[in-house]
Design a protein around this ligand. Sequence first.
Ligand code: MLZ
Length: 265
Amino acid sequence: YQGHFSWEKYLKETGSNAAPASCFRQSLTPPVNEFKAGMKLEAQDPRNTTSTCIATVVGLTGSRLRLRLDGSDNKNDFWRLVDSSEIQPIGNCEKNGGMLQPPLGFRLNASSWPMFLLKTLNGAEMAPSRIFHKEPPAPEQNSFQVGMKLEAVDRKNPHFICPATVGALRGVEVLVTFDGWRGAFDYYCRYDSRDIFPVGWCTLTGDNLQPPGSKVVLPKSLGTPTDGSGESPAMNPTPTVGRPPGQRGRKPGRRKTKVMAPWSQ
Ligand code: MLZ
């Protein structure tokens, strides 16, 4: 369910272009997700990336897994693509001479880790290695351009993938700005981050792409918004979201009929 958002209409309406798929470290056809809830695997601890832990699949969305580290709480779930190099089949760590570690914030005494590990793996359903996919190679360089549209993980709400715009470039980094959110969720990431996807990704994976927010980047003065720092529908040559210039004095919430965004289907 795509929340009625149509990229085709939105790109037209905002006069913008999608970043080409070749800009991204993503496979052209999203990897199939054959994982099941309850399966166990090895994962790098996101809060302590040098340690490999046991994780359980607690949810699935498109090509991504919602993971929870065994021995951790339910407040630190994280999401990984099925072709992430940060997840491996159980046995991989030991095969490479490593040792499985308790997660940061292990809820028991550290001394009980070996027994906990035995118990958590006993009779567990281990994700078979054939359902892990190889991570795609990184593009050779950062070929994003300011203004290009993409789909990006909202890192404050990582279960969400949202429409976004490249707001700036900084060497190998890109500023991901979320359309209609006034900068509150923006972040810099490397151009080859696994958290950014080409336009159309969610349609291919069946992920639920969030619609753009309705918050408008307000101009500093009452003049025209020309500083170019904003993205979002407010940057349209003809503002289509929020209150048009002629209605600036109007109190919000008085509208009787719901106005549909022009990019709604
Ligand atoms: N509940 C949150 C969700 C915001 C999601 C924004 N994604 C770019 C809020 O409304 O603040």
